[in-house]
Write a protein of this length. Sequence first.
Lengths: 313, 313
Amino acid sequence: MNDELHDVIMVGAGPSSLAAAIYTTREDIETILYEKGVIGGMAAITDKVDNYPGFPDGVEGMKLADLLQAQAVRFGAKIDFGDVSAIREEGKLKVVVVDGKDVRARAVLIATGSDYNKIGVPGEAEYYGRGVHYCATCDGAFYRDKRLVVIGGGNSAVQEAIFLTRFTSHIDLLVRSTIKASEILQRELQKYVDQGKLTIHYGVTTQEIVATDGKVTSVLAEKDSKSISYETDGVFVFVGLSPNTEFLRGSAIELDEHGLIKTDTRHETSVKGVFASGDVRSGATLQIASAVGEGAAAALSIREYLDGLNHHI
Amino acid sequence: MNDELHDVIMVGAGPSSLAAAIYTTREDIETILYEKGVIGGMAAITDKVDNYPGFPDGVEGMKLADLLQAQAVRFGAKIDFGDVSAIREEGKLKVVVVDGKDVRARAVLIATGSDYNKIGVPGEAEYYGRGVHYCATCDGAFYRDKRLVVIGGGNSAVQEAIFLTRFTSHIDLLVRSTIKASEILQRELQKYVDQGKLTIHYGVTTQEIVATDGKVTSVLAEKDSKSISYETDGVFVFVGLSPNTEFLRGSAIELDEHGLIKTDTRHETSVKGVFASGDVRSGATLQIASAVGEGAAAALSIREYLDGLNHHI
């Protein structure tokens, strides 16, 4: 039995919940965040963030994470490490299971984000954000007039490869079997092949991302049991996204077909008093700016919800 | 006849469109912003912004506006002064009337914001953001354990006065005639009256906001033809909001009952290729963080829209 009762529990301590916590705690709404990985989330492990508005020369991801954390802590947010395995309702309260222990709150914000799927080859983790990327909108502009390798054969890989052609001198698209994208996208892709801006390599399995003096220089792959090397300045991997919502399976919180959390325009989930924002939300843009903006908006909805609770209890 | 054709015209150069322009121009989508007032919008004329995520010690509004502008300009955004008086469609293009001249674009973002209504008394403009405020969420926390005067008698005035009680030692609520708020809000308000945290003054017309040595110290008002002075540390005015959408009257772009622009979840208005974000959007939170996040999200929708145009033209 645990008597701890919080105004708000936020699950995850990435940009979205840190922004939300700046808002709630500044208004004296007591708030605790539970993070099982890195404070600052995906932003914190990004080498350079070039498009978070307010930093004209860009900012290191770790630095931005520190700034967001410092601001939330300044207003009184508590951040604890802890693994949340379930959320359930108990009357008007929410019970969040943290490291196997029940903790209660009047309202909950889920901002656990999503993880890009990895291909799991040597070099991939080592050069994450410094030559190996998963978000074309975020990092494509760093590759103006450079060569790129793009890995993947689904809709999003084709879409992002097309998008990246606006920056690059040439793209090698490595596809394990065949391309599984819509007709319209494949026709569009063919245009860039015809222009010589992009080459599709079928039946290619990536084996290693190779760097020289700390800089990615090539991708080692296998085709028909033969080894091939693709020279490149960087690698973009598009093999899907996994929202961090496993712990919600079986709960009353509705997910969409991708496992992302459905919310209304006020960021409330299908369970009253449980909100979601950032990359874990269905419709998310996977951009720090949007995650932060949604966090602020969710905080205002949480305040409104808590005020309503006060009226009626 | 003007042959100028832009990829994107953004109407207004506040935080939301500056954020959007960071995104579009970074992706080589040619973008011009037209501003008729101050670059940076309402943010630029705010004394201190305490809750824009990324600035743990707060940031001067003017400084934040400069940073956003510098970042957009760094990636190639053009910002011009100009008064937009109408938007209309011409085939797949949009015609924006700037200072009476037609300028064409493939897509348009409307981010003209909203203005807080003023009461128009001496001292109001002079101490804007430094003792005179219009947003409780933004500036309420600066008045911890201080006295406040709140002016207004509508739903939002009552709601915001209740919200401000969490910070203040005491509030004088000045109401010109009677309170026009919902029953439930009035009952809630009465609780704070009963607790001695708030005093309602009916039939009071504000005449001047008085400062001593540059600091707001009192509000001069009239009741029953007699002069009264209310000592205070600051003033919050809640007499409505005017969205800057006058120029859209008669256009095909749908507004809600408050004159705010209706959008779908992708920030597109009822006219294909015309988008809206920030304080002018129906459902806006009136927070810089959200305006910026929406700008980024709108930019991604604009990119998608322009890519679609390329496919089909």
